[in-house]
Design a protein. Structure first.
Length: 242
């Protein structure tokens, strides 16, 4: 195998590693500041009513909290006419099931919401072997209001709003990924507290965080270019070069 890195003595490696540790600690402290600023964001009261199709019948946004005070919704890219969910979104939510007992114990409900009909979501969930709650927002405007779903008419205008800025339609799609958080207060009111999009979702993907610490890192030709649905890797060439 071609060696791209310098080979040094353990003493020299330790010196380089300590220098990197200083940078990692700086990153950790900055992340702490970002987390504090995130918690300090103001809230917006949800005035619009949404009804979602769920395996247990129609439910409102407030119902989706499932008895807890906090709700995190992953806006999963799965359009009404699609036959399968987005591979990138599938990669991200592969990490959800193991989180559920910990989040639920900490008063947080985690779900996914997509514009595909519930029957398609349930069939795909069965294929993927997932257990996290997944609801259909088909026709209720929820994903559109959170700027992750766009009509052809909107795309034809040349620009859409995504990740809090205008995005050229040429770089957009009818569905895009995102995550939103909500708080329900004792009087039953629901507040939007946070949303994130695009690369803001990366920290939720534990596989990427681990790859960042592997010798070759993410070893990709484009952003998540190596990703497949987890039942499709046998048909894909194994990633070796890089």
């Amino acid at each position: 195998m071609r060696q791209d890195h310098a080979v040094v003595s353990p003493r020299e490696w330790l010196k380089a590693r300590r220098a990197l540790l200083d940078l990692e600690k700086e990153h950790t402290h900055l992340r702490d500041k970002v987390n504090a600023a995130r918690l300090a964001l103001p809230w917006v009261k949800m005035e619009k009513s949404y009804i979602f199709d769920t395996p247990n019948g129609p439910k409102s946004l407030a119902d989706l909290f499932d008895g807890r005070s906090q709700l995190v919704v992953y806006h999963f890219m799965f359009g009404p006419t699609w036959e399968a969910g987005c591979p990138g979104c599938s990669f991200l939510v592969d990490h959800f099931d193991g989180m559920l007992p910990h989040l639920n114990h900490h008063d947080v409900t985690l779900i996914a919401a997509s514009n595909a009909p519930l029957s398609k979501l349930e069939a795909y969930r069965k294929r993927m072997g997932w257990h996290f709650p997944w609801v259909s927002a088909e026709g209720n405007g929820f994903n559109s209001d959170f700027h992750v779903a766009f009509t052809q008419a909107e795309l034809a205008l040349g620009k859409v709003v995504y990740n809090f800025t205008e995005l050229e339609s040429a770089n957009a799609h009818e569905e895009l990924p995102g995550l939103s958080a909500f708080q329900k207060t004792d009087d039953g009111s629901v507040y939007h507290t946070y949303s994130t999009y695009a690369r803001g979702l990366e920290e939720m993907v534990g596989t990427l965080m681990l790859l960042d610490r592997a010798p070759k890192g993410r070893n990709e030709d484009g952003t998540q270019g190596f990703v497949r649905r987890h039942d499709e890797y046998e048909d894909a060439p194994r990633r070796k070069a890089g």
